[in-house]
Design a protein around this ligand. Structure first.
Ligand code: GDP
Ligand code: ZN
Length: 289
């Protein structure tokens, strides 16, 4: 087949074997070329966020002929079966929304989300929302540790509209996935970014942003924090610990009790935040609360 005749597009929605593809010719519904389905179920082959090439058919329909290689994926690995389920293909960033108060920020959850983002090499942006409910100084004290270890933190108030234009800017031209505890203000914040925009998390879809870019809205994101991660790889996903690991006396140091542990020494010197270290210990022990 002539490559030039194939129409490139982005998968915005996946539903029952049909895919809604955004193309330069508008939205096109396509099915998957039969040969793709031979070995695996089509659900694993194409995910929202995939870049594909379409062959248009005389009857007005279209088939997906090619699936481009993914830059990265957000996947869920079902425990035990070890099978990967792709939730979103090619995400550019994760936005983790917490509230400064009401509910109190759950930093354990944030640390788990950050570990998953690190594993997927997905840049993370932290939104500290409901800034209007607290003294800005105390919010900065609480979230400052994340800035120190290199994560951008945006202080926002969906109520007052604070930080919204900066968030809008940071979403522009990117495929972003949102996560965070319910009640933190994700829907309110997104509504401020673009009126009418709210995550429904009922179907898998990408929501286009007016200034360019997309938000991933998928039910699977709720399980963002529940993916299994091997205890021995955890230290590599804590940014402030990863560079120290090679300085531990034991190459298989778990940083829990061993003598000559560079990570624990850094905690004792105040160079690693004790709460972050505590998160590490809990995750190592298999805590998922
Ligand atoms: P979601 O579950 O993360 O989508 O959170 P919602 O957007 O539904 O917000 C939960 C509650 O917090 C609602 O009652 C919102 O009105 C409120 N809320 C959201 N953002 C703010 C904010 O910036 N300040 C204050 N004071 N309340 C907010
Ligand atoms: Zn160690």
């Amino acid at each position: 087949m002539d490559q030039d005749e194939l129409l490139p597009g982005l998968v915005l929605r996946a539903r029952g074997g049909f895919y809604e593809i955004e193309t330069s010719h508008g939205l096109i519904t396509a099915s998957l070329r039969g040969r793709f389905k031979q070995n695996r179920s089509s659900g694993e082959l194409v995910a929202v966020g995939d870049r594909v090439k379409l062959q248009r058919l005389p009857d007005g329909g279209a088939v997906i002929e090619q699936i481009e290689e993914r830059t990265r994926t957000l996947s869920r690995r079902s425990p035990g079966r070890g099978q990967e389920q792709v939730i979103v293909a090619n995400p550019d960033q994760a936005v983790f929304v917490l509230s400064c108060a009401d509910p109190e920020p759950n930093f354990r959850m944030l640390d788990r989300l950050l570990v998953v983002a690190e594993r997927e090499a997905l840049p993370a942006l932290i939104c500290a929302n409901k800034l209007d409910l607290v003294e800005p100084r105390s919010a900065k004290a609480a979230f400052g540790v994340y800035q120190q270890i290199g994560y951008p933190v945006l202080y926002t108030s969906a109520l007052k509209g604070k930080g919204v234009s900066e968030l809008r800017q940071r979403l522009r031209g990117k495929l972003s996935v949102f996560a965070g505890p319910s009640g933190a203000g994700k829907s309110s914040l997104l509504n401020r970014v673009q009126p009418g925009m709210a995550l429904r998390t009922a179907v898998r879809e990408l929501l286009p942003l007016k200034g360019g870019g997309y938000l991933a809205d998928t039910p699977g994101l709720k399980a963002f924090a529940l993916w299994d991660i091997e205890p021995d790889e955890l230290d590599g996903y804590f940014r402030e610990m990863a560079p120290l690991v090679r300085q531990c006396d034991f190459s298989d140091c778990t940083h829990t009790h061993e003598p000559g542990c560079a990570v624990r020494a850094a905690v004792e010197r105040g160079e690693i935040d004790p709460e972050r270290y505590d998160s590490y210990l809990r995750m190592r022990a298999g805590d998922t609360d």
